[in-house]
Design a protein around this ligand. Structure first.
Ligand code: XLS
Ligand code: CA
Ligand code: CA
Length: 439
């Protein structure tokens, strides 16, 4: 293991248990520890987001870079990209994660021309391949950055200019190739600037048709080359555009059904995007899950008082426990995982802060996993929920649901049965039960 860029951490972060006071140790995440017969690492499938952790410089809309990483110092862009990848694999190994995720433009610099950008990507894919082979670390998903370049200001797949749309399509072809080449287990589509600012210059129907066509071309290409990874769409309601077409899980599922793409995609649900859409994280997970479409998760959190995508590391055991219940109830994420799409704050300027941030997120999920597992096993909530709907198991409830009766028969039944008796939903009692597991 290299010791070049993260000298404060000389070996892999150890698990020391909940009483440890060592800030560079896990208190709950013990990768081989079994929870319900499955190792924590298999349940959680943690991934590091290359863009924040390796490329982030602490910049925000009021100021440029807040810190300079040692791996960004080389003047030659390809050397810089290679140094960054060396640092990345040093970090992944020391942290003890098995996966990472990238955009094409995170791992390789954009060139002056499209063909130069493709060549740069090829060089860095070869370099990543060597690192993956040496360390056993795998690619959870790849994606294309279709929002950073000025040409995508008015959208990529939904751009009103066919030349720009074609450029975006050619870019995803190369990003899919890179992901395939590196054995990526999924490929993500986040519609960065796929949306609009104002209807006074926009044909929304046309743009949605373009988006569908864009995705269909990707599906066809995937099948043609034999890429078996799962395609995922990541909903987000706004930012950078005022209206984004994939605004939340339900909207995205509807779009996929309307354009006959539903069988080729699942969803990548991000916590901060859920709350920006006015939903809870667990709501978005559940909407995707009940449709059989929860494929992967971008693990982070927003800030209740700030209305934008702050991409902070998750630290609420309460919220993560509820999220893990949805994930466990669908038997895990399959080829997906928990990708920390999260960044350290501008003031957290040292490379070691990247460790503190990830350790906190991983411990939060490990703790949430254990609590959720116990609550499911004890039927802490599900026995109440089952009882709450039990009137549908027989009698008029069963007859309604099976289609045996219609409005007229139901009316007759109600006239005989009289007024229904109120039954409490017991919300506060259930909240206390959840707390009793958290304490
Ligand atoms: C931005 C998104 C993005 C996707 C990948 O808000 O979260 O980072 O996860 O393009
Ligand atoms: Ca994300
Ligand atoms: Ca985000």
């Amino acid at each position: 293991m290299n010791n070049k860029y993260f000298s404060e951490v000389r070996a892999a972060i150890p698990f020391e248990g909940k009483d440890s006071k060592n800030p560079l140790a896990f208190k709950y995440y013990n990768k081989d520890q079994k929870v319900g017969g499955k190792a924590m690492a298999e349940h959680l499938r943690f991934s590091v987001a290359y863009w924040h952790t390796m490329m982030g410089k602490g910049a925000d809309i009021f100021g440029g870079p807040g810190f300079e990483r040692d791996w960004h110092k080389a003047s030659d862009p390809i050397q810089r990209a290679k140094d960054t990848m060396d640092a990345a694999f040093e970090f992944f190994q020391k942290l003890g994660v098995e996966y990472y995720c990238f955009h094409d433009r995170d791992i390789a610099p954009e060139g002056d021309t499209f063909s130069k950008s493709c060549k740069n990507l090829e060089v860095l894919v070869e370099y990543a391949k060597k690192w993956q082979k040496e360390t056993g670390i795998k690619l959870l998903w790849g994606t294309a950055n279709l929002f950073g370049s000025a040409i995508y200001a008015q959208g990529a797949g939904t751009n009103p200019n066919a030349h720009v749309m074609a450029t975006a399509a050619a870019q995803i072809k190369n990003a899919i190739d890179a992901t395939y080449e590196l054995g990526g287990e999924n490929y993500v589509f986040w519609g960065g600037r796929e949306g609009y600012e104002t209807l006074i210059n926009t044909d929304m129907k046309k743009e949605q048709e373009q988006m569908a066509r864009f995705l269909k071309m990707a599906v066809d290409y995937k099948k043609k080359i034999g890429f078996k990874g799962q395609f995922l769409i990541e909903p987000k309601p706004a930012e950078p555009m005022k209206h984004q077409y994939d605004s939340d899980a339900a909207t995205t599922l509807n779009f996929l059904r309307a354009y006959d793409l539903i069988n080729d995609f699942k969803l990548n649900i991000e916590a901060n995007h859920a709350t920006l859409a006015g939903n809870t994280f667990e709501h978005e997970l559940a909407v995707a899950s009940i449709a059989g479409k929860l494929g992967s998760v971008d693990a982070n959190r927003g800030d209740l008082l700030l209305g934008w995508d702050t991409d902070q590391f998750p630290n609420s055991i309460y919220e993560i426990t509820l999220a893990m219940m949805v994930i466990l109830n669908q038997n895990g994420l399959g080829s997906g995982g928990l990708n920390f799409d999260a960044k350290v704050r501008r003031s957290s300027s040292d490379p070691v802060d990247l460790f503190y941030a990830h350790i906190g997120g991983m411990d939060t999920f490990a703790r949430g996993l254990m609590i959720a597992h116990k609550m499911i096993k004890d039927k802490a909530l599900s026995s109440f929920i089952e009882e709450r709907y039990s009137s549908f198991k027989s009698g008029i409830g069963a007859d309604i649901m099976s289609g045996k009766v219609g409005l007229e028969e139901v009316e007759k039944w109600v006239l005989k049965a009289g007024n229904p008796v109120l039954k409490s939903g017991r919300q506060e009692m259930l909240e206390n039960i959840i707390n009793s597991y958290l304490y």
